[in-house]
Design a protein around this ligand. Structure first.
Ligand code: HEC
Ligand code: HEC
Length: 381
């Protein structure tokens, strides 16, 4: 113990004496003229307003970006828990678009995750069964396979578990395990499609496998080749200078500490209001986030740092859907999560970077769904 303290004290003395030696060298008049002044001038030049917070050169910026982010792949990732086959994916696609799984037979997954609109419904909070309002904004289903867990509070481990939520949710589709099975079993083309997608199973139809098929389809919903992806793959001209400045600020100011990896987010849960409490407009006080579902999370208002992929086309923002422009969302983030204020130009540059995260949208041909039969239950009012 005493030995350790002595060592620390000795090390400290060495540090102080070496520092003062450096100071002596530094203050020698000849050195001031020869080294210090030119260095000072170079530094001033670098930090002059003309250069601002200098963006590093392209190669260095690329290195920093590659260290934190990955491009969206062109092919779906391999997924051992739910092996992808053409048949399973095709069935999942039909189910995604089939409103008959809801009790009203009007609401489908695509109602709130419209694949022609970036996988969202463009509403502050979603409208579901009988025009009921859900309490949260619908996140996109695009690239959702890269999220560490699903929902704003992470309450579903994966996409298959997630799919059960809206099907049974009273606000969303107000359906039931029984209703889904009755509808699907009443339609011979679905019975055949389940047999083929889940071969060698005693009871291939319905609820558990419907969720697996939906997951398989969702895994294929990727948006590769955003300008930022092309940059990450080495095309240095894929981003203009403003966007590069935005990328630099995004990394340098700390946004990338929470929004990172393939989805530029979607892999961590944080308090909304790390540095400053947000306006209740953005953070309605009665939605407590993760704390509600997990007794081990003691902090209030913990939410997923969402993926920022395609964020340019998925307004409005936040779990409350309360910010309608990216500039507003970025301003809220700088104040609440980082405790800083950025000027208009800097905000603009970050917004330009976020716009460069919009990738090629999946080309979806609307599936023709098999006709109902006399056995198919009628819609419930
Ligand atoms: C009435 C609108 C509505 C319908 C219908 C709906 N969803 Fe959602 N979805 C939402 C909302 C709202 C959330 C966020 C809820 C939350 O986090 O508590 C969500 C979350 C999700 C997520 C999580 C994404 C993420 O980043 O966390 C996925 C995946 C998803 N839905 C897929 C589906 C599928 C598959 C269906 C059809 C079986 C479906 N949804 C039907 C509104 C809807
Ligand atoms: C400490 C972690 C953290 C930091 C740092 C952070 N964010 Fe966030 N971000 C979050 C969380 C958590 C949310 C979700 C808030 C909510 O709605 O509950 C979010 C939401 C967002 C959204 C809304 C996305 C959507 O689809 O609704 C944008 C845009 C965003 N952040 C951009 C940024 C930018 C730009 C920066 C840097 C200036 C930044 N974030 C810094 C954690 C963080």
């Amino acid at each position: 113990m005493t030995l350790a303290i002595e060592r620390i004290q000795q090390a400290y003395k060495r540090l102080v004496s070496s520092l003062s030696m450096h100071m002596r060298i530094f203050l020698h008049p000849a050195l001031v003229v020869m080294v210090f002044l030119p260095t000072l001038m170079i530094c001033l030049g670098n930090f002059s307003p003309a250069h601002g917070e200098d963006t590093p050169d392209d190669a260095e910026l690329l290195r920093q970006a590659q260290f934190r982010f990955d491009p969206i792949p062109h092919e779906p990732p391999s997924y051992p828990e739910n092996r992808l086959t053409e048949r399973k994916i095709a069935l999942g696609k039909m189910l995604f678009f089939d409103p008959r799984m809801s009790s009203s037979q009007v609401v489908s997954c695509n109602t709130c995750h419209n694949l022609g609109l970036g996988g969202v419904d463009l509403n502050e909070t979603s409208l579901g069964h009988r025009w009921q309002s859900s309490s949260r904004n619908a996140p996109t289903v695009l690239n959702s396979v890269f999220n560490i867990a699903q929902f704003w509070d992470g309450r579903a481990r994966d996409l298959a578990e997630q799919a059960g939520g809206p099907l049974l949710g009273l606000v969303e589709m107000a359906s039931s395990n029984l209703h889904v099975c009755k509808v699907l079993s009443s339609i011979p083309a679905y019975v055949k499609a389940f047999d083929e997608a889940f071969p060698n199973q005693a009871e291939p139809i319905c609820f558990g496998n419907a969720k697996m098929a939906l997951e398989a389809f969702e895994i294929t919903l990727l948006t590769p080749d955003a300008p930022f992806d092309r940059f990450l793959r080495g095309d240095l001209k894929a981003l203009d200078n403003t966007t590069k400045k935005g990328l630099h600020l995004f990394i340098n100011k700390g946004c990338a500490d929470c929004h990172m990896s393939t989805n530029i987010g979607g892999n961590g849960y944080y308090v909304f209001g790390v540095k400053n409490k947000p306006d209740p407009r953005y953070l309605p006080p009665d939605d407590h986030g993760c704390r509600t579902i997990s007794p081990t999370i003691e902090e209030d208002y913990v939410f997923k740092a969402p993926s920022l992929r395609n964020v340019g086309i998925t307004a409005p923002y936040f779990h409350s859907g309360s910010a309608w422009t990216l500039a507003e969302a970025v301003k809220v983030m700088t104040r609440t999560q980082l405790g800083i204020d950025l000027d208009k130009q800097e905000i603009g540059a970050i917004v330009a970077f976020l716009q460069a995260l919009s990738g090629r949208q999946p080309e979806i041909a609307y599936p023709v769904l098999p006709a109902s039969t006399a056995l198919t239950p009628h819609p419930e009012k």
